[in-house]
Ligand binder design. Structure first.
Ligand SMILES: *Cc1c(COP(=O)(O)O)cnc(C)c1O
Length: 234
């Protein structure tokens, strides 16, 4: 696959999103497609931009920092979706718009501090481990309430929802219950909405399982290989 295929891939995905929304009785406008451009060159991102795609996700802090610095298009909305390192938050906070992978209260504190220094607001999602696979990251469901309570008074970080990664399986039906669990947590934690915490997004669903994620309530899809082709590494 080459960069010329990207616009066609994007339009196929939009069609599938519409179909899934229709059969689930949902409005496609509720869904934000985040194009996961990790490992892919700037040219691939720019090709997607020409096709009308403006949300991009990266999972390495350095790679995101470099791409944000070298791509000057201010219409791009940048999402960080990978493992956070406290000492590197300062390098992305002056430009990143969304961080999906907050799994501890201490990261919110650091994001608030660094975004404040840049005089801007960063949106955060709390990543919950819904798969029982340790390497997937995310807080335990029982830690979620405490993390949300810790964030209510921050000025420069707003907690907007939850993120989860399902187990890698061939048949996406097998992870439906994991998405259901995240949606249940999302519903049951609405009572923590106060100040800077307002849960209104569910980031779940990737290339292999996004249709099931839509059926279970996703509002943000993180899709990489269906747009940009297979990766040589993650
Ligand atoms: C790589 C990645 C994705 C996208 O994966 P695809 O299967 O290529 O769609 C989504 N979310 C996270 C956190 C990722 O690291």
């Amino acid at each position: 696959m080459s960069n010329e295929d990207i616009p066609q891939n994007l339009s196929s995905i939009h069609e599938e999103i519409e179909k899934s929304c229709k059969s689930a009785g949902r409005d496609p406008k509720e869904i934000t497609l985040v194009a996961v451009s990790k490992t892919k060159p700037n040219e691939a991102i720019l090709e997607a931009v020409t096709a009308g795609q403006f949300h991009f996700g990266e999972n390495r802090m350095k790679e995101l920092e470099d791409k944000m610095a070298s791509i000057s298009n201010t219409a791009i909305v940048w999402h960080f979706i990978g493992n956070l390192q406290t000492n590197k938050v300062k390098y992305i906070s002056d430009r990143v718009n969304w961080i999906h992978s907050v799994e501890k209260a201490k990261y919110l504190k650091e994001i608030d501090k660094r975004a404040g220094q840049a005089d801007r607001v960063v949106n955060a999602l709390i990543q919950v481990n819904i798969s029982d696979e340790k390497q997937k990251g995310g807080c335990k469901p029982e830690d979620l309430a405490g993390i949300l309570e810790s964030a209510q008074d921050y000025k420069y970080v707003k907690v907007k929802g939850l993120m989860g990664m399902a187990t890698f399986v061939d048949n996406p039906e097998e992870v439906r219950d994991e998405f259901k669990l995240l949606k249940e947590l999302y519903d049951s934690h609405q009572k923590y909405n106060k100040g800077s915490v307002q849960l209104e997004h569910l980031s779940m669903g990737m290339t292999n399982d996004f249709k099931v994620a839509i059926e279970e309530g996703a509002t943000m899809l993180r899709i990489g290989s269906a747009i940009f082709g297979e990766r040589n590494y993650d």
